[in-house]
Design a protein around this ligand. Structure first.
Ligand SMILES: *Cc1c(COP(=O)(O)O)cnc(C)c1O
Length: 402
C-alpha cells in the first residue's frame, strides 16, 4: 500500500464475539485489594446480584452463579436435570449447538442432533415431527442455542416452546443465551424456558470467568428426582443465598463479582429494552455496510435474511484466504481484531481462511461500530479485495435513521 505507515498504536479494539470489550467502569470496580470473603461488603453486594441478573434474564425464578466459563454452565445445566441414558434432542444451527450436545454425550446422555446446517435456523416442522413421534416421551430435554455465535443465526425460542406445548410433550426446554443475553431480546418466563445458561464475558461485559444457570420450578423438580448429583455442579445450594453467598462452594470469585455489579449497574441505568434497541440499531448499520460490500465482489454474509440474524455477532466469508489476511492486516496495521470463523470449515482446511466474524456485543456504541466498519473498508482496499462501494455511507445512513 502507498501509505505504509503503521497506525496501530493507540487503544486496541477487540471486535470478536466474546470476550467482548470490558468497560472502564467494570475494570475499575475490579481493581481493588482482596476483600474479606466471610463477612461484610462482598457478602452484601453478592446478594444484590441475583435479583439484577434475574431482571436481565427476564425471570422470576432461580439463578445460580458458577466459577466457570460458558462450557461450565452447559455442564451444570445437564448435571442438574439429566442422568446417563436419558435422551436429549438438539436442534442445531451452528457449532455451539453441536458443542453442547458433545458435552451431554460426554456425560453419558444420549443425544439426537437435528442438524439444520450453518445457514438456517431451526426447522420447526421437523422438530414437531420428531416430538410427535416420541410417544413414550423418551426425550427428556430439548437443548436450543438462541444465538449460535458460529453462524450468527438467531433462533425462535418462543416458537419452540409453543411447539412443545402444542404437542403436549413434557421435555424441558433449555436455552443457551451465552451470546444473546444483554444483546438480543430474550424473555425467559414469557417464552416458557425452563433452564437458561449464560456467561459473563459477552453481553454482560465482564472478563471471562463466571457463568449462570437460571431455572424454574419444573427444572428444580427434575433436579429433585435425580438419584445423585455432582456436589460441585449442584445448583440447589448455589441458588440458596444463606448457604451460598458466604461459601460459594469454595472461594468466591471476588473480583468478578465486583465487575459484574458494575456491569449490571450500567445495564440497568440504560434499561434492558434500550440495550436491546442499541444492539439492533448498531447491527443494522453493520448489515448495511456488509450488504454494500457484498453487492460487488466475494464478500458474503452467512445469514441472508435480516430477520434471522443476531444483533450481537455477524459471520462473514471471503474467498479463502481473504478472511485470515483481512484479520491479520487489521490487527497489525490498525489495532483492530476481528473474530475467526468457527465451525464453518475444518480449521486445518484451506477454506477455513475465508471465514471471519464481527463481534458487536456488550459495550459497543456508534463510533466504535463506525471504526470497525471503516477498518474493514480500509483492509479490503489495502488488500485489493474486490468489494461494492458505498458501505460506509450506507452504515452512516442507517445510524442516522435515514
Ligand atoms: C461463547 C459461547 C459459548 C461458550 O462459552 P465459553 O465461555 O467460551 O465456554 C457457548 N455458547 C454460545 C452460544 C457462545 O456464544
Amino acid at each position: 500500500m502507498s501509505g505504509s505507515v503503521n497506525v496501530s498504536a493507540g487503544r486496541s479494539y477487540l471486535a470478536i464475539p466474546g470476550p467482548s470489550v470490558v468497560p472502564d467502569q467494570v475494570l475499575q470496580a475490579m481493581h481493588r485489594a482482596s476483600p474479606n470473603i466471610y463477612a461484610g461488603e462482598l457478602i452484601e453486594m453478592t446478594a444484590t446480584l441475583i435479583p439484577d441478573l434475574r431482571r436481565v434474564a427476564r425471570t422470576q425464578h432461580h439463578a445460580a452463579i458458577y466459577i466457570a466459563n460458558g462450557h461450565g454452565a452447559w455442564e451444570a445445566a445437564l448435571q442438574n436435570t439429566l442422568q446417563p441414558g436419558d435422551l436429549v434432542l438438539v436442534p442445531a444451527s451452528g457449532r455451539f449447538a453441536i458443542g453442547w450436545s458433545e458435552m451431554a454425550d460426554g456425560l453419558g446422555i444420549e443425544t439426537e442432533v437435528l442438524d439444520f446446517g450453518n445457514h438456517a435456523p431451526w426447522d420447526l416442522d421437523r422438530i414437531a415431527e420428531r416430538l410427535a413421534a416420541d410417544k413414550e416421551h423418551r426425550i427428556k430435554a430439548v437443548l436450543g442455542v438462541h444465538v449460535d455465535t458460529s453462524s450468527s443465526i438467531r433462533n425462535d425460542v418462543a416458537a419452540l416452546r409453543r411447539l412443545l406445548d402444542a404437542s403436549g410433550h413434557p421435555a424441558l426446554l433449555m436455552a443457551d443465551c451465552i451470546a444473546s443475553l444483554g444483546c438480543d431480546r430474550f424473555e425467559m418466563d414469557d417464552w416458557g424456558v425452563d433452564v437458561m445458561v449464560s456467561a459473563c464475558q459477552k453481553g454482560l461485559m465482564v472478563p471471562a470467568g463466571i457463568s449462570f444457570v437460571f431455572f424454574n420450578g419444573k427444572a428444580a423438580a427434575a433436579r429433585e428426582a435425580l438419584p445423585r448429583i455432582s456436589r460441585y455442579w449442584d445448583w440447589k445450594p448455589r441458588a440458596n443465598p444463606q448457604e451460598f453467598y458466604q461459601y460459594f462452594g469454595g472461594t468466591a470469585p471476588t473480583h468478578h463479582l465486583y465487575g459484574l455489579r458494575a456491569a449490571l449497574d450500567m445495564i440497568h441505568a440504560e434499561g434492558i429494552e434500550n440495550v436491546w434497541a442499541r444492539h439492533a440499531h448498531l447491527a443494522r448499520a453493520i448489515w448495511a455496510a456488509c450488504e454494500a460490500w457484498g453487492s460487488d465482489g466475494p464478500l458474503r454474509m452467512n445469514v441472508p435474511y435480516r430477520a434471522l440474524r443476531s444483533n450481537a455477532v455477524t459471520a462473514l466469508q471471503l474467498e479463502a484466504p481473504g478472511g485470515t489476511r483481512l484479520r491479520q492486516w487489521l490487527e497489525q496495521n490498525l489495532g483492530l481484531t476481528l473474530g475467526i470463523g468457527l465451525g464453518m470449515a475444518p480449521s486445518d482446511s484451506p477454506e477455513w481462511h475465508g471465514f471471519f466474524r464481527l463481534g458487536h456485543m456488550g459495550h459497543v456504541n456508534g463510533h466504535m461500530v463506525l471504526g470497525l466498519l471503516g477498518g474493514v473498508e480500509t483492509g479490503l482496499r489495502a488488500l485489493d479485495i474486490p468489494h461494492g462501494r458505498g458501505a460506509l455511507e450506507a452504515a452512516a445512513a442507517a445510524l442516522a435513521g435515514r
